[in-house]
Structures are given as C-alpha cells and as structure tokens.
Design a protein around this ligand. Structure first.
Ligand code: NAP
Length: 445
C-alpha cells in the first residue's frame, strides 16, 4: 500500500506514465524501483544514443569488465512489460521538455554529468588539453568522441586529479596490448595507444596530499601491477609511517600501496608513472598546442590546498584534467551553476519533474550509489504525484511516427549488441561500434 493523496491505494492501482531521460545506472535503478509490483506504472527510458547503459558502456574503464556485468540487471528491468528503452531520441533536438510534459505525468532527469568541469586557468583551450569526459569517451567508443584523435606521439602526459578517473586514464595509457586484449577498448584507441604512442612519463597530479586523495585502494593498487610501467613516488611526499596505525579504511589501505610504490625504482625500459602530490595547476603553456603545465607547490591549510608561490613547469604535450563533471543544462530547468547540477528539493524540481543520480547530487560515489538514489526518488514520486492521466508511450509513439524519427527499441539494440559481440576477437567481449548511423541501420535491419 502507498499513500497517494487522502486515501491509501493499492500498488496495483497506481497509474502513472513516466519518461526517464538517460538510460544509465540512475535511470535504470529508478525504472526498476518505480515498476516493481506496480504494473500500472509505465516507464519509457529515453536516451540520445542508440545504446543503453550510459556510464556502464562509456565511462567504466574497458579493463573493468566485471563492473559492466551490472548491465544484465538493467536488461532484466527492460524485459518488464511496463518498461521500454527508446534510444536515438534526443531531448532538445527531437523532442522538447514542454512536449514531454504534455505527454507524460512525470519526467525524471537521469542525464548524468557528461560535461568536463573547467580548470579555470590560462591555456586551457589549447590543443592537447582534453578533459576526462572526452578522453574516457574516446577510449570507450562514445560516438561523440570517436574522432578526438589525441596525439600520443609525445613523451610526457599530465593527468590532473587524484580520483579514480585519473587512475583509470593513467592505467589505460600505460597498459600494453596484451594487458588490454580481453577488454572492449575502442579499436581507434588501441591503435593510438599500442601502435603510435611514444609516451614515456605519465604524471598523476594531486593538489592535496596522499591522505586526502580520492582514489580507492583497489584502483590505486592496480597501478603497481602493470606489465610495462613502473609507478614511482618521492617518499618525502608521504607522511611519517608512525602515523599509519592511526589511519583507517580506504586511506589506510591507500597508504600501504603508496609506501610500496615509493620503494620502486625507475626502469628506463618501461613507462614511468609518477604520483605527484601537493601540486596545483596554475597555467598551461603553448602556442596553439600545449607544451607545458605550470604547477604551483601547495601546502594544506584547513584541509584545503593553498599555493605557496613556488612554481615549476612540467613539459608535456597532453594534459587530461580529471577533476569532475557537470550536468548539461536543459532549457527551462533550474540549474545550480556553481555545482553543475539541477536545482531540486531532494530530487523534486517541480510538481512534474524530478532528477536523480549525478544530475541530482553531482559526480560522486560508485555505480551502486545510484541504486538507493533511484529507490529514493521512486518512493518520493509515488508519494507526491497524484493519479496520472497522461497518455505516455502511446502519445510518444504518435509523435515519433509524425516526425519520422529513427528510434531504437530494446529489441533492436540487441541487434547492435549481437553485431558488436560477434565482431570481437582474441577474447574481447565486444568490438563497440562508434557511428550512430551504422548502429541505426543495424537496428533497423
Ligand atoms: P573525484 O573522485 O571527485 O576526484 C576529483 C579529483 O580532482 C580530486 O582529487 C580533486 O582534488 C581534483 N580536483 C578538483 N578540482 C581541481 C582543480 N581545480 N585542480 C586540481 N585538482 C582538482 O572525481 P572523479 O575521479 O572524476 O570520479 C567521479 C566519481 O566516479 C567518483 O565518485 C569516483 O570514485 C567514481 N569512479 C569510480 C571508479 C571505480 O570505482 N573504479 C572509476 C571511475 C570513477 P580535491 O580532492 O583537492 O578537490
């Protein structure tokens, strides 16, 4: 039983048409929670790409296949009669927010945070400065970034940030073809990384210290197990070992890895991966193309990085800021510019519009964090929205037909999936397609 207005009603009787925008983890967990035991709640999950699963497909690192297994759960949600995937349908381009509001009782924005946060320093617009959203999209075959073509015929890379994305980017650049053979690394990225790259030094740069780093122990530990890369760290950047016993949780485990890394010595036949702390980027040098990163030494003041005025230039031809993401604004939806998220009251934007996942809370947590988020927003909607009456999917289908839109259903996505699976070689799980038109033509075949 849920309370929907004055009188309690049975879950079987709830009638609601819902459009979720974004077919990533937040969208699917929300759809699952909304429809479990409630056959009258009809959910359409819309995505601008012809492929579902959002960050599972285009964000999770290609060598972390076990994390991607969660997509089986989302596929099972999609098998429900009252859940549909409608791919290749772009909000703002194919359909407006106002139109969606006419068609559905509730709109849920699960659009994630696809835009890179800017560093806000001079030189950021130079060629060779590529935010992690674009860079990760490139090696993960996201259609928007397939043509990024970063020049890896350089000696040194600067990866800015001390989160798991920075660790992912550094690891993918350092791993050999052999280490990546059973992954779904994009074919164009494999070519660039394993055939053309002349990278010898990868710098992972944190503006604070080892104790403040955001990466998690498992991900950090992987940096010390690479076939053709030695992780290095100046031991003087570590706090005294006498304090380790008082640490706890992830920080304590990170310290074990960092102390092991600090004992490594460089092997000039291998790539060197330098973990650098207490250094903040203050400028990027170059004319047209980046050739150096100016770093300012920092100290911690009240837990925050404070510049000391002492700078050095790190010569580098590729700078990848991995410093977080922002949700893309949508016309008519209130937006918190400072935080890069939609303005909402715990997910409620207005009586008909809600947000969930990174679009609601910002880019934090793991894939699993979206599950309680989805459950929470579903419960809130079912408690707040009074009986639905809009046509939902029937009306959307009418609009799709009128506009002759080439949307991709879940059954047709499975044709794309089958084509990608059968194109894979050497133990790879799939060879991802990158061209939307090619995907749509397979979907419609
Ligand atoms: P994150 O964990 O928030 O890390 C961002 C890093 O960027 C922090 O070290 C931050 O430093 C630094 N930073 C921010 N602004 C900066 C600036 N202006 N100059 C220099 N450094 C700056 O973000 P993320 O790595 O993008 O990851 C996003 C979320 O996805 C996280 O929750 C992460 O754990 C998750 N994720 C998980 C996995 C996995 O589980 N394998 C993989 C990838 C991502 P301060 O701390 O000083 O602000």
């Amino acid at each position: 039983m849920v309370t929907n207005g004055a009188a309690p009603i049975s879950e079987d009787d709830i009638k609601l048409s819902v459009a979720i925008i974004g077919a990533g983890p937040a969208g699917y967990y929300t759809a699952e929670a909304l429809t479990t035991g409630k056959p009258g709640v009809k959910v359409d999950i819309l995505d601008k790409l012809p492929t579902p699963y959002g960050l599972i497909r285009a964000g999770v690192a290609p060598d972390h296949q076990s994390i991607k297994n969660v997509s089986k759960r989302y596929a099972a949600t999609n098998d429900r009669e009252n859940v549909r995937f409608v791919g290749n349908l772009s909000l703002g381009q194919d359909i407006t927010m106002a139109e969606l509001k006419d068609l559905y009782d509730v709109i849920i924005l699960a659009t994630g945070a696809p835009t890179d946060r800017p560093l806000g320093i001079e030189g950021e617009d130079l060629d060779g400065v590529i935010g992690s959203g674009a860079f990760v999209g490139w090696y993960n075959s996201h259609p928007d970034y397939a043509d990024l073509n970063p020049d890896l015929r350089i000696a040194s890379v600067a990866v800015i940030g001390n989160g798991n994305v920075a660790v992912d980017v550094a690891r993918i650049l350092a791993k050999t073809a052999n280490e990546m053979k059973d992954t779904d690394l994009a074919a164009h990225a494999a070519e660039a990384i394993h055939k053309s790259s002349s990278i010898k030094d990868i710098h992972v740069i944190g503006r604070r210290g080892p104790l403040e780093a955001a990466f998690t122990p498992k991900e950090l530990g992987e940096l010390n197990t690479l076939e053709n890369c030695v992780a290095l760290l100046d031991p003087s950047q570590l706090p005294p070992a006498s304090g380790d016993a008082d640490l706890s949780g992830a920080v304590k485990k990170n310290m074990v890895h960092l102390r092991a890394i600090a004992e490594n010595t460089a092997d000039d036949t291998k790539i060197r991966l330098h973990l650098m702390f207490y250094a903040q980027p203050v400028g990027i040098l170059g004319e047209g193309r980046a050739c150096g990163l100016t770093l300012e030494k920092t100290i911690l003041v009240d837990g925050k990085a404070k510049g000391t005025g002492e700078t050095e230039v790190l010569p580098t031809g590729l700078i990848v800021p991995c410093i977080g993401y922002r949700t893309s604004p949508i016309e008519g939806i209130p937006y918190n510019t400072g935080r890069g998220i939609f303005r909402s009251d715990e997910g409620r934007i207005d009586a008909q519009t809600y947000c969930v996942g990174w679009a609601r809370r910002g880019p934090s947590g793991t894939i699993g964090t979206n599950k309680p988020d989805g459950i929470g927003i579903a419960a809130k909607i079912l408690a707040e929205v009074k009986g639905g009456h809009k046509e939902g999917r029937v009306a959307l289908d009418r609009l799709i037909a009128e506009r002759n839109l080439h949307v991709v259903t879940f059954a047709n996505w499975k044709k794309i999936e089958a084509a990608e699976n059968s194109a894979a070689t050497n133990g790879a799980p799939r060879l991802k397609m990158v061209d939307v038109d090619d995907m749509v033509s397979i979907a419609e075949s």
